[in-house]
Design a protein around this ligand. Structure first.
Ligand code: C5P
Length: 317
């Protein structure tokens, strides 16, 4: 039987607007999600028994059922018991490059890669939209990670409309290694503090939001104009995360003061902050300036760029 190695890219949020709370505890969102080159490697090896086993080179990543990649494999085993019996279980080896608990969808992209890898291992022939649907039961960002590219995401983040892809826009990412922000906390706090500003008077809130509120940034993306995109970056969750996490605010302000930075924003619920720049050379210069300003080795800095695809196969043996 074959084994597969998949490349699972991270994402950033170019736009995140919270439209409303929902009866199911989630929030109705309008987001623009963007795949970036920074990626993990996921190796899937068939087993002769029916077990699921996860290994990871990162000490902070759990290898039990609390790992979303494990849950993705368990979901496939439940959905396709005959394939599990025929082909056997799977050993999943994750080589982490994406910072953990960072607002970059690291766990979600690992789960998406496992869904796609097991589809190949078990010869299931699932379509992308079937994989996205399975992904939505694991987490709100998983369908996007299956799809990849540049996408408007509405609903709780699982309803996707692709945009023309935005290639080769360079950026610097900054994250303090020891700092984590709980996504559930960020949304809950936003709901408590700002729910009075929710729109409640339209039938199709998400569609309206995507059409009206994010219109400017969508136009900039259609023009592939990084300067305009950078001007229109938006993330409602900054309203709760920046006041509660001074280190995130500090990164945000420091990026904004750097020469060559077109725009800066926190990704998802943070704590990663990204800064869009004009070129790879600029990105390296901004990274160096940040490192000089904050010599703390706890600060992780990455130069990366936008890409036009999601999960890709690296190797099949
Ligand atoms: O879907 P996922 O498990 O990734 O979401 C993590 C948490 O973020 C949820 O438990 C919920 O508290 C919050 N969330 C939300 N609205 C969304 C997406 C996530 O409130 N649309």
């Amino acid at each position: 039987m074959r084994s597969y190695t998949l490349i699972a890219p991270a994402k950033i949020n170019l736009y995140l607007e919270i439209i409303s709370d929902r009866p199911d505890g989630y929030h109705e969102l309008a987001m623009i999600l963007q795949s970036i080159e920074l990626a993990d490697e996921i190796h899937l090896q068939p087993l002769s028994n029916e077990k699921i086993c996860v290994n990871c080179n990162h000490p902070q990543v759990p290898t039990n059922e609390s790992n979303l990649a494990y849950r993705a494999a368990a979901l496939m085993a439940t959905q396709f018991p005959q394939a599990l019996a025929k082909y056997g279980g799977v050993e999943i080896t994750i080589r982490k490059h994406i910072p953990v608990a960072a607002g970059l969808a690291g766990g979600s992209t690992n789960a998406a890669a496992v869904l796609m890898g097991i589809d190949l291992l078990w010869d299931l022939g699932l379509t992308k939209s079937e994989l996205e649907e399975l992904g939505a039961t694991l987490g709100s960002d998983v369908p996007f990670c299956v799809a990849g590219g540049t996408v408007i995401a509405t609903g709780r983040g699982e309803q996707l409309s692709p945009l023309p892809s935005l290639d080769h826009t360079y950026m610097v990412l900054a994250k303090y290694r020891s700092l984590e922000v709980s996504t559930a906390w960020a949304y809950k706090t936003y709901r408590q503090e700002f729910s009075s500003s929710y729109l409640r008077d339209t039938e199709n809130l998400a569609a309206r939001a995507a059409a009206v509120h994010s219109e400017e940034i969508v136009k900039a993306i259609l023009k592939k104009d990084p300067r305009k995109i950078a001007e229109k970056l938006h993330n409602d969750l900054e309203r709760v995360v920046l006041p509660a996490y001074p280190q995130v605010l500090q990164l945000r302000e420091l990026f904004a003061s750097q020469e060559g930075v077109l725009g800066t924003m926190m990704s998802g619920s943070g704590p990663t902050v990204f800064a869009l720049v004009e070129s790879e050379q600029q990105a390296q210069a901004v990274k160096l300036q940040m490192r000089t300003a904050i010599p703390d080795e706890n600060l992780e800095l990455f130069v990366t760029r936008t890409i036009t695809h999601g999960i890709q196969m690296a190797q099949s043996t």
